[in-house]
Design a protein around this ligand. Sequence first.
Ligand code: ADE
Ligand code: ZN
Length: 319
Amino acid sequence: MRPPVAELHVHLEGTLEPAFIIETAGKHGIGLPWRSLEHLEAQYEFSDLQSFLDLLYVNLEVLRDEEDFEAVTRRYLVRASAAGVRHAEIFFDVQAHTRRGIPAETVIRGIRRALDRSVADHGISTKLIMSFWRDLPAADAMDALAHVLDAGLPIDGIGLDSAEVGYPPSLFVDVYRTARDAGLHVVAHAGEEGPAEYVWEALDLLHVERVDHGIRSLEDPELVERLVRDRVPLTVCPLSNVRLRTVDTMAEHPLPRMLELGLLVSLNSDDPAYFGGYLDANVDAVVAEFGLDAGTVEQLARNSVDSAFLDSSERARLH
Ligand code: ADE
Ligand code: ZN
C-alpha cells in the first residue's frame, strides 16, 4: 500500500504520452517531424536539459483547443490517482501556447474543466501553477501575468522553468513581486543545472515558498543550513535528474544525503511521459537503488503533504 502523497512538481506538457501526441496531431491535421509512433519514441534520449526541452516544445504543439487541454489533464489525473497521488500542484507553461497563438483563456479553461471535477472523478485535490520560460524576456512573463490577472483567469501560483543556466532568478524580481501582491503562491526551478547561487536568488529576491529541484544546493553548506532552518521545501525529481544527466547515475543521486541533512524533500515526476514514469516509478526507483525502508517512504510522502499549498484541515485529511 502506498501512503497518500502530494505531487508538487509535474509539468502538464510533460505528461503528453507519445500515442496521445500522434493521435492529437492527427485530429488537427498537424505535420509533426515524426513519421510514426516508433520514430517519435526513438527520440527520447537526452544529453542535457536543453535536448529534452527541444523535443518537449515540438510535441506540445499538438495542444490546440480546450478539449486537448482538458484531455491531457484528465489523463494525468487518472495516472496520478493510480500512483497514489491525492493532491497535485500542476505546472503549465503559458508562453509555450500563447507564442503559437493559443490564448491563455483556452489553456486555462481547458485545464480547469478537468481540475474542477478532479476531487469527484479522481480523488485528487489540485492547484494550478502558471510557469514562465526564463529564457524569454521578463517583460514577456509580466505581460502574460498581467493578462491572466486582468482577465481573472483562475490560477493559484506562478513558477519559473525552461533553460536555467544564464537566466538567473534575479531577472524576474518584478514579475514575482506582482504575483505575490496578487496573492499568488510563488515557486521557481533553481539548482537543477544552474548553480547554488540561483537558489539563493530564488529565496532572497523572488521570495519563493518552494524550490523546484534544488539539488545543486548541496554544493553550498551555508545554503543547506538556510534551507533546513527555514524548512524550505525542495521538489526533487530523481528519474528526471538521471535522464537529463544532471546526475550520472541513480546511485549518485543526492536524495539520501538530502534526507540525512534534514532537508524537506519530496519526490516528484517532473515530465513523466519523457523520463520513464510517474510518481510511483520515481518512488520505486529510489527504493530499489537505496533500499529505503517503509518509514522513509512514508516520511517522503508526509514531506510532500507538508510542502503543499494546503490549509491545515486539508493537510490533516492527507496525513
Ligand atoms: N520544463 C519541463 N521540465 C523542466 C525541467 N526539468 N527543468 C526546466 N524546465 C522544464
Ligand atoms: Zn520541472
